[in-house]
Design a binder for this molecule. Structure first.
Ligand SMILES: *[C@@H]1O[C@H](CO)[C@@H](O)[C@H](O)[C@H]1NC(C)=O
Ligand SMILES: *[C@@H]1O[C@H](CO)[C@@H](O)[C@H](O)[C@H]1NC(C)=O
Ligand SMILES: *[C@@H]1O[C@H](CO)[C@@H](O)[C@H](O)[C@H]1NC(C)=O
Ligand SMILES: *[C@@H]1O[C@H](CO)[C@@H](O)[C@H](O)[C@H]1NC(C)=O
Ligand SMILES: *[C@@H]1O[C@H](CO)[C@@H](O)[C@H](O)[C@H]1NC(C)=O
Ligand SMILES: *[C@@H]1O[C@H](CO)[C@@H](O)[C@H](O)[C@H]1NC(C)=O
Ligand SMILES: [Zn+2]
Length: 675
């Protein structure tokens, strides 16, 4: 040990010593012994999870240890606070001892090492215990003993039991990337004020309870949509790009230690119906994180298979397949175009008795008693503005969901898909209730493209969908029994800082003169999006702008952006803010001259290999209405959204197998405790 400590002391003074910051050997594992789930994790009583142990032996680099030979004779124990001595994990969970696995991985210690192409090599010995559960609430300590005296401990908390089902249904709306700043801007565009007083409001403004959730990943403060969705759905934080697992260091992206998600729990415990609706391609992170267990969100084909068939590669649990699955992303369904094993996934779903629809007309005709797959285009659904204001932008696309080289023309929106999903889930769930996740995906996608108007259009579409959902739940008699939540997975550094005279801007000769068109404070004026201009009438109904392209527009922008041009007007085609430039590498982006050509250049703050905006640090809002709404006030972690939902659904279970408890659980399942 002394030798090791001396080495570290010397290296600590060198500039390139491991910081584990920009790059990390393994995010959740600062020592050479890794316990996954790591320290400080929470669990729902009875929730399935896998436990992986890794012992690292760095071959070279600043952490080189033991000649690169990992300890294969490590042991692991678990102890419950106040529950007696630590026990061997295999004995505690009554499992056979798994085989030791071995692999090697490489990583860069920092940017200097990457520039020098000097990857550090690490040899690993590992074991994984699959499908465990802890039933008794309390604190547990897991201890990994390795290298003859080294210890890594993980303190876990199993939260209190909550077996009573207080909400029959939950509808979880996710405005992907949606912040309070965006909601404020959308309200300004979609609603009229007179002398500072709004004449109408967002539906969100009528929710009785608002909270804030902190979105950080387990090992970075900026999150992506994969692990943030996973935290909302499972109560376990993870690493960027990972869903339903704690990321391990093995080469296999499917063997990482899994955690059970809300739909897997709901199916197993209550047999409820569940569904997902998204305006993204349905293999995207937010919808697939309900069922996906992988370190790599980009494994689109396999993730669609996991959505239909559950995890088939490893011992796990069966979520029964979604009762409704509506969105875009035909690529993962058409045989050979990106589908799992090249199979026709329309056929695979049809074989599992799903009605398959490809357009809005067919969607409306789906029988409510059947499982339903609706894939309405390739890629993401065209956004609300292009569907409703600039439909020419949808006519030249080759996004027909059948695979034909044609445009998908009969497209549903978020509201059509969500209302139909509710009808199918309500019918199929019956007394067992349902869970629906409905995602407005392009708030995020269009914010990435700095296309503020298209992002805010989809935010207004989300609000309109929530409004229609509340009315529909009331009409079918389910409003009192349904918890409706509206939240986001993360934010973008977007805000509005003034008004713009876009006509004056256009008529100036230089960038510096054009910037004078931006009016701040007393020159910001009032919203003109509710003022009809001659010849401009979009007639898209109340709660949306009557003019999307007023002379006096909002001056909006980003806390982080690539080089770009701004004219603050509705972009006639979806926006591409930054592009490559001849003579520069393809990973180097400059302001796109064809975007807002009459605008001015705003140089970026991001590394120049970023072509779009990126996610930001901000907490995001949680709007709650219905049973358990009061538990959603305050500020909490994103994982708490899961625990609050799980407690409201009575998913925190004691061991159903234990004598004396079985009867009460069976009574719970069968009993009419839903009211
Ligand atoms: C580690 O060893 C490998 C060769 O096995 C080499 O490519 C790499 O540059 C070395 N890394 C460091 C940090 O020395
Ligand atoms: C199952 O595992 C294999 C091997 O890792 C992988 O190629 C395949 O994509 C996985 N399938 C699914 C559906 O996860
Ligand atoms: C599909 O429905 C048929 C007829 O009701 C039934 O026999 C079959 O088991 C179902 N298949 C699946 C995969 O659920
Ligand atoms: C909608 O899909 C159905 C098949 O489900 C097809 O018969 C119909 O022609 C489609 N309608 C349009 C407008 O594409
Ligand atoms: C669509 O295609 C037509 C014919 O090629 C062309 O005239 C038109 O400008 C295109 N529209 C858009 C929005 O790209
Ligand atoms: C933007 O950066 C470029 C160099 O990359 C510079 O030539 C130009 O003057 C900058 N423009 C502004 C408006 O700052
Ligand atoms: Zn997101």
């Amino acid at each position: 040990m002394m030798a090791r400590l001396n080495t570290l002391a010397v290296l600590a003074t060198s500039l390139t010593a491991v910081s584990g910051q920009y790059y990390q050997r393994l995010g959740t594992c600062p020592t050479l012994g890794c316990v996954l789930p790591p320290d400080q994790q929470d669990f729902l009583p009875g929730q399935y999870f896998d436990l992986r142990l890794e012992v690292h032996a760095p071959v070279n680099g600043s952490e080189a240890f033991n000649n690169g030979v990992p300890d294969e004779k490590f042991t692991v124990t678990i102890a419950k606070e106040g529950g007696g001595a630590a026990e061997d994990v295999a004995k505690f969970f009554k499992l056979d001892e798994p085989q030791v696995e071995k692999w090697t991985f490489k990583w860069y210690e920092d940017l200097y090492a990457e520039d020098a192409k000097q990857a550090s090599v690490v040899n690993v010995a590992s074991k994984i215990y699959r499908r465990l559960a802890l039933y008794e609430p309390g604190k547990y300590t897991v201890t990994l003993n390795y290298y003859d005296g080294q210890k890594t401990t993980a303190e876990w908390v199993v939260r209190p039991l909550a077996t009573e089902k207080k909400a029959k249904n939950i509808i979880l709306f996710i405005g992907d990337g949606m912040t309070t700043n965006m909601i404020t801007a959308a309200r300004l565009l979609g609603h009229k004020t007179i002398n500072g007083k709004y004449q109408s409001n967002l539906q969100l403004d009528h929710f009785p309870v608002i909270g804030h959730q902190m979105t950080h990943s387990i090992d970075t403060f900026i999150t992506d949509s994969a692990n943030s969705a996973s935290a909302l759905y499972s109560g376990h934080k993870s690493t960027v790009n990972a869903m339903g697992v704690y990321a391990d260091s093995s080469p296999d992206i499917y063997d990482d230690p899994k955690v059970e998600t809300i739909v897997e729990l709901l199916k197993r415990i209550w047999g409820s119906a569940w569904g997902a609706v998204s305006t993204a391609f349905i293999a995207d992170a937010t919808p697939t994180a309900l069922t996906a267990h992988t370190r790599s969100r980009g494994a689109y084909g396999p993730l669609i298979d996991q959505a239909l068939n559950s995890v088939t590669n490893y011992t796990w649990t069966n979520h029964g397949g979604p009762d409704v699955y509506f969105g875009g992303g035909a690529e993962q369904f058409i045989a050979g175009s990106g589908s799992y094993q090249g199979k026709d996934y329309y056929q695979e779903f049809a074989k599992a008795n799903y009605t398959v629809s490809w357009n809005k007309t067919a969607l409306a005709a789906i029988p409510n008693n059947e499982k339903a797959l609706g894939i309405f285009c390739r890629s993401n659904l065209p956004v609300w503005i292009d569907r409703n204001i600039l439909p020419d932008n949808t006519k030249n696309l080759t996004n027909d969901p059948s695979g034909a080289k044609a445009a998908a023309t009969d497209l549903p929106g978020l509201k059509d898909m969500t209302l139909k999903a509710i009808d199918v889930l309500h019918r199929r769930g019956g007394d067992r209730g349902f869970f629906l996740m409905s995602e407005a995906a392009s708030i995020d996608k269009q914010m990435h493209a700095l296309d503020y108007d298209r992002a805010l259009g989809d935010l207004l579409e989300l609000d309109d969908t929530v409004r229609a959902t509340v009315a529909h739940l009331e009409a079918i008699g389910e409003l009192e029994s349904t918890l409706v939540l509206v939240t986001a997975d993360h934010g973008h550094g977007f805000d509005v800082f003034g008004g713009v005279d876009t006509q004056y801007l256009r008529d100036q000769k230089t960038d510096r003169e054009r910037r004078k068109a931006v009016g701040v404070y007393q020159n910001s004026g009032l919203s003109n999006y509710q003022v009809e201009a001659p010849g401009v009438s979009y007639s898209t109904g109340p709660n949306f702008p009557v003019n999307w392209d007023p002379r006096y527009a909002i001056a909006a922008g980003f806390g982080a952006n690539p080089d770009r041009r701004e004219n603050y007007r509705l972009s006639p085609t979806p926006r591409t803010p930054a592009t490559n430039t001849p003579g520069h590498s393809s990973a180097d982006y400059f302001a796109n001259g064809a975007d807002a050509p009459d605008g001015f250049v705003v140089n970026g703050t991001l590394p120049t290999n970023e072509a779009q905006g990126v996610h930001s640090l901000t907490d995001v809002a949680v709007y709650a209405m219905g049973p358990c709404q009061e538990t959603f006030g305050g500020t909490y972690s994103n994982i708490d959204v899961f625990y609050k939902m799980a407690n409201c659904l009575g998913l925190a279970r004691p061991d159903a197998g234990r004598a004396g408890r079985r009867r009460s659980i069976e009574k719970g399942v069968a009993g009419g405790e839903l009211g």
